[in-house]
Design a protein around this ligand. Structure first.
Ligand code: UDP
Length: 381
């Protein structure tokens, strides 16, 4: 079969690879001049630092099959994300852990004491938190919410945390011990030469051709048997029902000699600091040594037409428009919508790889007379 995959990020690469290995001819196009989508990494020619060009990406998963899969295409180095945050004039450890709690409240609480203390701050009248704000007030109480989440989230999402789904905050644990590993997954690491090299290795197959700087045109679909679309869901339909909300990021790059902040990610919780975080990229490759350092101040804003979409906003009241686009997608034959933009969900890389493997398997199953590949991965807001 002839397959067109739109988007040379993780979804397109993994699906393309699986189908190519099964004997199908895959053409992958991308409007940008590089593969890798928003995972794209490149070496800064001046300092030699490996840059995460569209913001930090740290691979973490509990899925052994996904971990094995990515390790086939890149040598991974151990990496644990230890995020710090500057709030109300002080630096704290994230995710919220016993050190954060004790420093913030000036206490020396042990785990059980801290748990009881935080529970005493929590609003236990919120039985089933629906919004980000309710989730925060229920589980950490007003002081920690104000210091670490409220301002950051307003900057990141451009709206009140009371309009955002609780699922966004559920990404972050609260720990009553001194474990400051941002992710709780068994497998964590960084591809030593970056994600673009890894995705290049996934794409390196004789049945895959990649055309960069090549925007999609509907006529392309007519010459192939099936299309996998990893661009924005609403973009496939020319935004005919209106635009789903996305946040885009602006990066203000600066270089320094030596070490700027001593860690890879420093968040800024206060609302009067206009950026959300500063990333210092050499700290994402701690096994390398570089004299110079490249940092990005990260600013979030609403994506306008022409901007690169990063985060699907998924406002609670955006459900109706999304449902209409999902209905359109499901009624579109020979097209499968995949990935973060194609399914309009806040996906981590490991989930993206898992879904890409499953989507490819379902497609191959359908080709062989089994269940047809779903047009759209169902997942409620
Ligand atoms: N968040 C926050 N303060 C922080 C870090 C995160 O309020 O210091 C909130 C914010 O709304 C963010 C969400 O938690 O969008 C998820 O954080 P994560 O670190 O997973 O964001 P990502 O790195 O994917 O942008």
């Amino acid at each position: 079969m002839k397959i067109l995959l739109v988007g040379a990020g993780l979804s397109g690469a993994v699906i393309g690879r699986q189908l190519a290995q099964a004997g199908h001819d895959c053409r992958i196009i991308d409007g940008r001049p590089h593969i890798g989508g928003n995972c794209h990494t490149e070496r800064d020619p001046d300092t030699g630092v490996l840059l995460h060009c569209y913001g930090p990406h740290i691979f973490h998963t509990d899925d052994a099959e996904v971990w094995d899969y990515v390790n086939r295409f890149a040598a991974f180095r151990p990496f644990q994300n230890r995020v710090k945050t500057t709030a109300q004039g002080r630096v704290y450890s994230l995710p919220i852990n016993l050190l954060t709690i004790n420093q913030f409240f000036g206490t020396t609480l042990r785990p059980d004491e801290a748990r009881a203390f935080i529970e005493s701050k929590a609003d236990t009248s919120i039985a089933d938190p629906q919004t980000f704000e309710e989730q925060a007030l229920r589980f950490v109480g007003p002081e920690l919410y104000e210091a670490f989440f409220k301002g950051y989230t307003e900057k990141q999402w451009g709206c009140s945390p009371s309009e955002l789904p609780a699922s966004i905050l559920k990404r972050l644990p609260v720990r009553f011990n001194y474990d400051d590993n941002y992710f709780a997954h068994r497998f964590q690491g960084m591809p030593a030469e970056g994600y673009t090299a890894m995705i290049g290795a996934i794409l390196d197959h004789p049945r895959i051709t990649v055309d960069l700087s090549t925007p999609y045109a509907p006529a392309m679909a007519e010459t192939v048997d099936h299309v996998f679309w990893s661009g924005p869901l609403d973009g496939f339909f020319d935004y005919r029902l209106g635009r789903l909300g996305y946040r885009t990021l602006d990066f203000e790059r600066f270089t320094v000699a030596g070490d700027y902040q001593g860690c890879a990610v420093m968040n800024y919780g206060d609302s009067d600091v206009p950026y959300t975080r500063i990333t210092e990229h050499k700290h994402f490759s701690p096994w390398e040594r570089h004299e110079g350092s490249v940092c990005y101040r990260e600013y979030s804003r609403a994506a306008e037409p022409g901007d690169i979409p990063y985060y699907p906003i998924r406002l609670v009241n955006e459900k109706a428009l999304l449902a209409d686009y999902v209905a359109l997608a499901e009624a579109t034959p020979r097209v499968t919508f995949v990935g973060r933009l194609g399914t309009y969900r806040y996906l981590d890389m490991d989930v993206t790889v898992r879904e890409a493997l499953d989507t490819a398997a379902a497609f191959l199953d359908g080709v062989q007379g089994g269940t047809a590949v779903p047009a759209f991965v169902q997942n409620p807001l």
